[in-house]
Each structure stands twice: as structure tokens, then as C-alpha cells.
Design a protein around this ligand. Structure first.
Ligand code: ZN
Length: 325
């Protein structure tokens, strides 16, 4: 049976925001309505053929989306932690419901949580003076958000870009707080070169590991040295290079990940067109594998300096390597 590879966008999606409108609303003291920008991000993903759509983290940078609505945080230039971190009600639920209302039935919806370790390392801690305790309280708060989201999304990604800089020895416990008992599939995304921490990553209780295989192609070999049953979301477009890869280059990358596995997988790309400033990747047929390619855009959200878009392909992995039956 030929199963289509599914594609998704990792992290924040940069839409063009009308900053004059933001300023005007600010001075008018009226509410800035983000829905049209969320709709724009969703529309562009769907137009590009992305299968697993997110809200694009459109309304705020990926740290502030969460810290703005958690108790204990004060938003300045960076978020300051000034009291105990506590959940104060749904954070991204309304955006997820809105995205669900926009997407066709055959599309899937991915909820995105910025990970507790990344949140702890991105804030100025004026209260805990203890990174581990702060990270755990973020995790307890995010767990409540995950419980709220699980009935509204098809899968949930926990994005922990800081893991590749410094993987804490409590990483498994930390992420487990969030994922334990969650009914939808969970993904751990960590960008950068994670080749040194693969054994620790593989202990983390999630269903899918999502990494930057295009920027660090040696990760393909590094993962194959390990035995595991989780799936891999294969980063296939670089986010650290303004050059948009030709479609053939992306396709070859995916084929390499597939064919490295005893040549069992066959890809049949039937459409991929550079359009505007997008690298579009439409679809690929692929023996029995599951998820995610990606999709990359060069423009940067004027409000979001930290953009990490990866286009991804999700492959199953067995003890034999990538792509098992
Ligand atoms: Zn990333």
C-alpha cells in the first residue's frame, strides 16, 4: 500500500502583520484582532499542500504566547518571572478552535506547546532562583493546557529548542509531566544538532521525535545506531539559511532518509512549485510511512525574531533503521 507522506510546519509561521494597525489599536486602546492573521497563516499552509496545520503561533512570539497568560509572569522586553508559575485558564484553545473551523476535514491540526525547559531558560527569573523548579512549574502549567487541548487537536508538539544547547538530566521527567495520560499523539521537537543526546531523547515519553535532519544530516546515521519504536519527523527544509532549497534537493534528502533503509521505500513526487517566496512541497507518495514534510518561508514575522520553521517528513523507524513496514 502506498501511503502519502504528511507534511507540516514546525514552530512559528511568519505572516506579514500590519504594524500600523497594531499601533493604531494600541493608541485607540481597542483590541487588535489576530484572527485574520491566523487565517492567513492557515490559508498559506493549506495552499502549500501542508497536511498537518497549526495556528502558526501568529499572535505572539513563541515564549510570550504562553507567559502572557500564565500567572507569575510579567511581560517586559523579555518575560520576567515574579511569582509562582500557575495555570490561569486556556492559553491557545480559542486559536485552535478557530483553526479547526477553517481547515477542511481531511487536514489535521497540530497543537504546539513551547516546552517548559525552553520557557524557563528564556525568562528572567526574579522569583525562583532555581531553573529546575521553574521548569517544573512551567511543566505543571503546560500539562493543564495539554489536557484542555487534547480533545481539540489531532496531535500535540512540545517544542524544546533549548534541549540541543543543554539537555537537563531531568528532561525525561519534565516532558513526562505533560505527556502522561494525554490521549492524542505527542511530538517532541528539538532543533540543532541533537546527535550527542539521542539516548536521553529516546527515553522521553512521546510518540514522535522531530529534529533538523536537513541542517544536521549526520542525524540520520546517528539515529540509526539506536533501537526504538517511536516515529521520526524529518526536518527537510533549513530554517537557518535564507536560500530556499530547490525541490529536487528536498526530495533527495527525503529519499536518502528512506532509501538508507534497505531501499524499501519509494517516493513519487507529483508536485512541488516554487511560488512567491515559498518553497512549496506538495505531496509525495511513500510506502507505509506516516507524517510530515515541511515548508519554508524566507520572510520574517516583524514581531517574531525567533522563527524556526522546519518542513518535516515523518518516518517510522524500527531497529532496522528508517521506514519499517
Ligand atoms: Zn526548531
Amino acid at each position: 500500500m502506498v501511503q502519502k507522506i504528511k507534511t507540516c510546519v514546525i514552530g512559528s509561521y511568519p505572516v506579514k502583520i500590519d504594524t500600523n494597525e497594531i499601533m493604531k489599536k494600541y493608541f485607540d486602546q481597542s483590541e487588535f484582532l489576530w484572527n485574520k492573521y491566523i487565517a492567513q497563516a492557515v490559508h498559506e499552509m493549506i495552499t502549500a499542500g501542508i497536511d498537518i496545520v497549526s495556528d502558526g503561533q501568529t499572535r505572539d512570539p513563541f515564549i510570550q504566547i504562553f507567559t502572557r497568560k500564565l500567572k507569575g509572569c510579567r511581560i517586559r522586553n523579555r518575560t520576567e518571572v515574579v511569582e509562582k508559575i500557575e495555570y490561569d485558564g486556556p492559553i491557545t484553545l480559542e486559536d485552535q478552535k478557530y483553526v479547526r473551523s477553517l481547515i477542511p476535514k481531511e487536514k489535521e491540526l497540530k497543537g504546539v506547546l513551547t516546552g517548559p525547559y525552553t520557557l524557563a531558560n528564556s525568562c528572567i527569573d526574579l522569583f525562583y532562583k532555581d531553573e529546575k523548579q521553574l521548569a517544573f512549574d512551567f511543566a505543571y502549567a503546560l500539562k493543564k493546557e495539554a489536557q484542555v487541548l487534547q480533545d481539540h487537536v489531532d496531535m500535540m508538539s512540545i517544542d524544546e529548542p533549548f534541549f540541543s544547547n543543554s539537555m537537563p538530566d531531568y528532561g525525561k521527567e519534565l516532558i513526562g509531566i505533560i505527556t502522561r495520560g494525554i490521549s492524542c499523539p505527542t511530538i517532541l521537537h528539538a532543533c540543532g544538532d541533537v546527535s550527542k543526546i539521542i539516548p536521553q531523547l529516546l527515553e522521553i515519553p512521546v510518540d514522535v521525535f522531530s529534529h533538523e535532519f536537513k541542517a544536521s544530516p549526520h542525524l540520520l546515521e546517528a539515529f540509526k545506531e539506536h533501537t526504538f519504536s517511536q516515529k521520526i519527523c524529518l526536518g527537510s527544509v533549513r530554517s537557518d539559511d535564507i536560500r530556499v532549497e530547490p525541490v529536487k534537493e528536498i526530495a533527495d534528502h527525503i529519499k536518502k532518509a528512506s532509501l538508507d533503509n534497505q531501499g524499501l521505500c519509494h517516493l513519487d513526487f507529483d508536485g512541488a512549485n516554487p511560488k512567491q517566496n515559498h518553497a512549496l512541497f506538495h505531496r509525495a507518495n511513500h510506502h507505509r510511512n506516516n507524517l510530515c514534510l515541511k515548508f519554508y518561508r524566507q520572510t520574517v514575522h516583524p514581531l517574531q525574531n525567533t522563527i524556526y520553521l522546519l518542513l518535516i517528513l515523518l518516518l517510522s523507524i524500527s531497529e532496522n533503521g528508517f521506514c519499517h513496514a
